[in-house]
Design a protein around this ligand. Structure first.
Ligand SMILES: [Ca+2]
Ligand SMILES: [Ca+2]
Ligand SMILES: [Ca+2]
Ligand SMILES: [Ca+2]
Length: 430
């Protein structure tokens, strides 16, 4: 039998570039409790009111009035013949559908805003659950920004089933209550290398929990990471194990699979596994490679994968991003700040980091009934991408930069956007 045990090279990660900074917001002057009055020319307010009208408002025939006990004085305005109307000054809100999460390090994250993620969160509240499989070096399951975003296997949880040595749900794996380690053949897919934890955080770290970062899908209730370890403590693995992990993900309910790994050579085992995923409606999102030259890596290169390249914060191709006609989309992948094992955070760069920006959006799509298949998710992502193609560089950018909000809003079948009405109750202003 022909041996197909190719070694998968990790699409790694240069790190530690410059930190991004943002100016502090200006302190606004407030007029809470003020009244706005429209009055005849030459009108002056009665006793008890202080007129704080700026010239531009006065030119509109308006007065801004404040008083220590304004409600008690309101009647005097209503009965004043020189007053055409009066009303308490009201608050108005921006209508750009942007949510600013309260995570401490949000200011260090340029990626989500670059691909419309805050706008998308308003569309993606309240929907069904979805599961995103991270086939990688494992995940730090105890990381404070990931705990609560991890998938558990209901058939292996409770009553001691986690540790009884039995395959309680009959899926072929004993005690696989929180994913599986295909690299060491055990039930603990913890991350001893650090790559998978970073990828998982980009896609789905808890948003709006005040700490660390906000993952792309991290503000949406019910998005879970299935931790499947196939890369070992030095970031290497076997394509047979990765194929097995993909089969596991499909069979155990994942709708989206993130593959931030690959190799320049074809891998028929992964091609077969990707076909299995496609047949079952599961979307596979894969990194294009970090060679910096033409030639998309496998398995991203297969038609059954959505191949993802990396761009900078200026939407330029990252110098390392492998390109070619098979490239489908691009996403931010340079100096990405995200979770690392041990509860920390770090910067990393790579097409590995671009890929979970898109698998995270796909995990949001997967929760909406109108995107119930890999084909529809793929079409939504591709047809709404922002074209980044000056002249004829489609090989660099594929269909362009993923746009989370537009993808969620694409709605190809004309079915109702079932999740629009529900706003995210966990989001609060800073
Ligand atoms: Ca089992
Ligand atoms: Ca068990
Ligand atoms: Ca293990
Ligand atoms: Ca967070």
């Amino acid at each position: 039998m022909k041996r197909l045990f190719l070694t998968l090279c990790l699409l790694l990660a240069l790190c530690g570039l410059d930190q991004q900074t943002q100016p502090a917001p200006a302190q606004a002057q407030t007029f809470e409790g003020a009244y706005l009055v429209g009055a005849e020319p030459g009108w002056v307010p009665g006793p008890g009111w202080t007129d704080v009208t700026p010239p531009a408002l006065a030119a509109l025939g308006l007065h801004r009035l404040i008083a220590a006990d304004a409600p008690a004085l309101e009647q005097s305005l209503a009965s004043d013949p020189g007053v055409r109307f009066s009303a308490p000054e009201r608050s108005i809100a921006a209508l750009d559908q942007t949510i600013t999460p309260n995570d401490a390090d949000w200011v260090l994250q340029y990626g989500p805003a670059q691909i419309q993620v805050p706008e998308a969160w308003q569309l993606a509240a309240g929907c069904a659950v979805s599961t995103l499989a991270i086939v990688d070096s494992g995940v730090d399951l105890d990381h404070p920004d990931l705990v609560g975003r991890i998938w558990f296997n209901a058939g292996e949880v409770g009553g001691g089933r986690e540790t009884n040595g039995l395959d309680d749900d009959g899926n072929g794996y004993a005690d696989d209550w929180r994913g599986w380690d295909f690299s060491n053949r055990d039930n603990d897919p913890d991350d001893d290398y650090g790559h998978g934890t970073h990828v998982a955080g980009i896609a789905n770290a808890s948003a709006n929990n005040r700490i660390g970062i906000a993952g792309v899908a991290g503000a949406a209730w019910g998005v879970r990471i299935m931790a499947l370890k196939v890369l070992n403590a030095i970031g290497m693995g076997l394509d047979g194990n990765a194929a097995e992990a993909i089969k596991y993900a499909v069979d155990n309910g994942a709708q989206v699979i993130n593959l931030s790994l690959g190799d320049p050579l074809p891998t028929p085992a992964l091609e077969q596994a990707l076909s299995y995923a496609a047949e079952h409606g599961v979307l596979v999102v894969a990194a294009s490679g970090n060679s910096g030259i033409s030639g998309v890596y496998y398995p991203a290169r297969y038609e059954t994968a959505l191949a993802v390249g990396a761009v900078t914060s200026d939407n330029q191709r990252a110098y390392f991003s492998s390109y070619g006609p098979e490239l489908d989309l691009v996403a931010p992948g340079v100096a990405i700040y995200a979770t690392v094992p041990g509860g920390g955070y770090a910067y990393r760069s790579g097409t590995s980091m671009a890929t979970p920006h898109i698998s995270g959006v796909a995990a949001l799509l997967a929760r909406m009934p109108q995107y119930g298949s890999a084909r529809l998710m793929r079409d939504a992502l591709i047809h709404t991408a922002r074209v980044l193609t000056p002249v004829d560089n489609t090989d660099f950018f594929g269909f362009g930069l993923v746009q989370a909000r537009d993808a969620l809003d694409w709605n190809p079948e004309g079915a109702p956007g079932a999740c629009y009405a529900a706003f995210l109750p966990s989001i609060e202003s800073r």
